[in-house]
Design a protein around this ligand. Structure first.
Ligand SMILES: *Cc1c(COP(=O)(O)O)cnc(C)c1O
Length: 388
């Protein structure tokens, strides 16, 4: 039998990476040693103290039953302590915080709690694809708002037409930004909050990269700003901060009605995060500042090696102030996909085509620096041989 899938799966955008995935296998089969700047997944291990805590707690039978849906009180209190220390934001662990099985889970499920059929969602373009797909699965209508280089990869909120705003329910924002590496000035964030209040929009803020910043830049929480708690929910993750992508743990916090709505969806879908992993998360939040600093030294060196290398090739790049992504313009006369294929075919270098993140990503290529400095340098030497 070959069953027909539901209509909603046909709503999904075409998977643009299929051909490149195929090509990757071909090149590897030729015996080429691939150097990957592809997926945003740290190659560094989770800090030992976090791993040890998980090992100890996994052995404790108290952690073996179903966890609570919203996360252990101790986990939510640790999130509150982190927000107080890091952002000077006071959160009520009882009503303003919920655990997530990775922030992707929360981002994907959130629209189910707040969208009625046909409601519009303002989705940045380019962006992390889950804002779009989560909207589609919930029966909502994504309306793409362009992020232009000329505007610092910030959306022009005042350019959104009135009829779109009338139908809109949620605005997604993510700074430090995947894929562009852009950060948002405080003034923009203040305006975004004011805009959401004025138009009765939910501000869904993805802060997965708040701790991965450079050159003295410190990223805020959206909840630091006046009035944010009236309209905003912030999605946060251990994944990039503590090299914990595989652990599947994160949280959402902010406006209590938004946290509660998401919670009601989740109680009907999942049964929380394994408590041993929550204990590991508590150790990360309470004791992780030194580990974050150590990690950042490594990310910074890699960023600088890649920046210097790309510049030596004549690429006009701006090193990101946040995230581990370079969002570079494709060489003149080449589309993002052509550039990625050429890098792969001729030199075994894996990158991500900007067009995979939305129509406005066309003309860009994303390089992720989740690989050792020697490998970055080797990739640059290989790229020197390519004629564009
Ligand atoms: C990596 C990433 C996430 C997902 O993180 P998890 O907590 O591992 O699910 C969310 N948003 C953005 C923009 C990301 O790049």
């Amino acid at each position: 039998m070959n069953f027909q899938t539901a209509e909603r799966l046909r709503l999904l955008p075409p998977y643009l990476f299929a051909e490149i995935d195929r090509m990757k296998q071909e090149v590897r089969a030729r015996g080429v040693d691939l150097i990957s700047f592809g997926i945003g997944d740290p190659d560094l291990p989770t800090p030992e103290g976090i791993v040890r805590e998980a090992q100890k707690e996994a052995a404790n039978p108290a952690n073996h039953p179903y966890p609570s849906y919203e996360g252990m009180a101790g986990f939510r209190e640790a999130v509150a302590r982190f927000y107080q220390r890091r952002f000077q934001v006071r959160l009520d662990p009882a009503t303003e915080i919920t655990s997530l099985i990775g922030s992707k889970e929360g981002i994907a499920h959130f629209p189910l709690a707040f969208l009625n059929p046909g409601d519009a969602v303002l989705v940045p373009d380019p962006a992390y694809p889950v804002y779009n797909t989560g909207t589609l699965f919930a029966g909502g209508k994504p309306v793409f708002i362009p992020l232009k280089e000329s505007n610092g990869f910030l959306p022009d909120l005042e350019a959104i037409p009135a009829d779109v705003l009338k139908a809109a329910k949620i605005l997604w924002l993510n700074y430090p930004n995947n894929p562009t590496g852009a950060v948002a000035p405080p003034d923009f964030l203040r305006k975004a909050i004011e805009f959401c209040r004025r138009h009765q929009l939910i501000l869904a803020y993805d802060n997965a990269y708040s701790e991965m910043t450079y050159d003295g830049y410190i990223a805020p929480s959206i909840l630091e700003f006046d009035g944010a708690r009236d309209v905003a929910i912030e999605f946060h993750s251990f994944s990039k901060t503590y090299n914990m992508t595989g652990w599947r743990v994160g949280w959402a916090c902010g406006n209590a009605s938004l946290v509660a709505g998401l919670g009601r969806i989740k109680t009907n879908i999942d049964s929380g995060v394994f408590q041993a992993i929550q204990h590991a998360g508590i150790v990360a939040l309470d004791q992780g500042d030194g580990w974050i600093r150590d990690n950042l030294k490594i990310w910074t060196r890699r960023r600088d090696v890649l920046a210097e290398g790309l510049r030596s090739l004549g690429w006009d790049i701006t090193p990101p102030k946040g995230t581990f992504y370079f969002w570079t313009r494709a060489p003149k006369g080449h589309s993002s996909t052509e550039t990625v294929k050429k890098l792969l075919n001729e030199q075994g270098i894996v990158t991500t085509p900007g067009a995979g993140f939305g129509a406005n990503g066309e003309g860009y290529v994303r390089f992720t620096f989740t690989l050792r400095e020697e490998r970055i340098s080797e990739a640059i030497e290989r790229m020197r041989k390519i004629k564009w």
